[in-house]
Design a protein around this ligand. Structure first.
Ligand SMILES: NC(=O)c1ccc[n+]([C@@H]2O[C@H](COP(=O)([O-])OP(=O)(O)OC[C@H]3O[C@@H](n4cnc5c(N)ncnc54)[C@H](O)[C@@H]3O)[C@@H](O)[C@H]2O)c1
Length: 439
């Protein structure tokens, strides 16, 4: 099939190359010229494990192209919308200007029988609104919503082997037409027996925001328990292990620490609350405000813990921050808890050096007032404390004995409960973590 992908960021670029892997002919369209140039040159414009290999393989087939001109999307049977839906400035609601602009531009090339398939995360009601617009301008062209669940760091695997497919379809026979086209796009995935939920627009849109709200709630739940553990002297890691043995609860997403960030969870729960308010159902989601609050409190607590460990004052203290990306295996620094903490420490007088295996360039660009180093050793040279704020494997596997040689004092704050506490304390480090007793 001929497919277009509008918006080639973390989601769209991986989706475009993956669709080639499934056997299709794909054009990726983006308004960012530098991004398109990099993709055309087979260079990944962001760090995502396995993506550059996939991109090179896909380009070598001759069935993948990238363009800044939406006219090149002409003739595609399915147009995937993968543009960003960030939080609006000064409001909780999602900013839909990129989605609207992308659909507007597509109208010039869209033909009857073609499907615009939204993958961006949007407020419930968006697909119905766009379907009216598209149907009014190009009768016979259809809109479907096909939310995406990929995780950065596992984007290639998640796109080629999703755990479910969700289609939000128009009512009536058009629904069957759109479903058949999407089934054809995902034929190898459907053939494997991947669970599929074919439903209406509103349910499909809500599946995505509900899933992210649940995950955010689970993280904030264990972080609230961490606050109580700190107040009582209990250990949140053992608590999580113990409750996680219950199948109904499960151990995943119960890692207490610095909380969630990134380009999805924070803005998605806020947009969900804003949309609930517009629909007169805000009470249903007031708990998400608390989820957000608990999450943001973790960042403040981390700064407090650093001050405590540094004998009550941050002034002039040298602090190494290991991690800038919002999660490991990504260079994405959108709403990164690690950088948020690093900036607060610096504003309060600490001398901060940040390092990250993949996100230093992005960090330098977006946070020019912070000092960055290429390696943990460089960042930690003569440091009074080391904070591990993103749980990269490289940091989990640091040798606490050798690493202890570069610092001025062996104090480590494990912001992700990711280090081997016994090994670090045995090497003479003072170990502190959120929700755990001093080690
Ligand atoms: N990143 C993820 O892990 C992930 C996972 C699931 C869903 N999502 C959702 O997918 C959407 C995209 O997220 P992302 O992380 O890829 O964002 P991103 O910012 O990395 O990418 C968006 C891209 O769209 C391009 N763009 C903007 N307006 C355009 C237009 N009119 N025409 C063509 N291109 C345009 C931008 O230049 C950018 O390259 C969001 O709604 C997000 O919530 C993201």
């Amino acid at each position: 099939m001929r497919i277009s992908v509008i918006g080639c960021g973390y989601l769209g670029a991986v989706h475009a190359a993956s669709m080639v892997e499934l056997g299709h002919e794909v054009v990726g369209v983006d308004v960012d010229e530098k991004r398109v140039a990099a993709l055309c040159a087979a260079r990944a414009p962001f760090y995502e494990p396995g993506f550059e290999d996939l991109l090179q393989r896909a380009l070598a087939t001759g069935r993948l192209g990238f363009s800044t001109d939406v006219a090149d999307a002409a003739g595609a049977q399915v147009h995937f919308l993968c543009v960003g839906t960030p939080q609006k400035h000064g409001e909780y609601a999602a900013d839909l200007r990129y989605v609207d602009a992308a659909v507007e531009s597509l109208l010039a090339v869209l033909q009857p029988g073609e499907v615009v398939a939204g993958k961006s995360t949007v407020p419930v009601g968006t697909a119905a609104r766009l379907a009216d617009l598209v149907g009014g301008k190009v009768p016979g062209a259809l809109v479907a919503w096909n939310p995406e669940f990929l995780r950065e760091g596992f984007a290639v695997q998640d796109t080629l082997h999703p755990d479910r497919l969700v289609y939000g379809l128009p009512a009536g026979p058009d629904g069957g037409t759109a479903e058949r086209l999407l089934d054809e796009v995902y034929a190898p995935i459907v053939a494997r027996g991947t669970p599929k939920v074919a439903t209406d627009y509103a349910t499909a849109e809500m599946v995505k925001t509900a899933a992210n709200s649940f995950l955010a709630t689970k993280i904030s739940f264990i972080n609230a328990m961490a606050e109580l553990c700190e107040a009582t002297g209990a250990d949140v890691k053992q608590l999580a292990d113990a409750i996680g043995h219950d199948d109904r609860i499960g151990r995943r997403f119960l890692n207490a620490g610095l909380g969630f960030g990134g380009g999805c969870l924070p803005k998605d729960i806020r947009a969900f609350m804003a949309r609930a308010g517009e629909l007169g159902a805000d009470q249903a989601l007031t708990f998400l405000r608390e989820v957000d609050n608990i999450n943001m409190r973790r960042r403040i607590r981390m700064v407090e813990l650093a001050r405590e460990v540094l004998d009550g004052s941050l002034l002039g203290k040298r602090v190494a921050v290991l991690g800038a990306a919002f999660k490991p295996d990504s260079d994405d620094i959108r709403d990164s808890p690690a950088l948020n903490v690093a900036a607060q420490l610096q504003l309060q007088g600490a001398v901060v050096r940040v390092t990250d295996p993949a996100a230093v360039d992005n960090g330098r660009r977006e946070w020019p007032h912070l000092d960055f180093a290429a390696t943990p050793e460089e960042a930690a040279e003569r440091a009074n404390a080391v904070l591990v704020l993103t749980e990269w494997r490289q940091y989990r596997e640091l040798d606490p004995v050798a690493f202890g040689e570069v610092v001025a004092s062996r104090r480590v704050l494990d912001g992700r409960n990711a280090l081997d506490r016994e090994a670090w304390t045995a090497a003479g480090w003072t170990y502190r973590a959120l929700g755990r007793r001093a080690g």
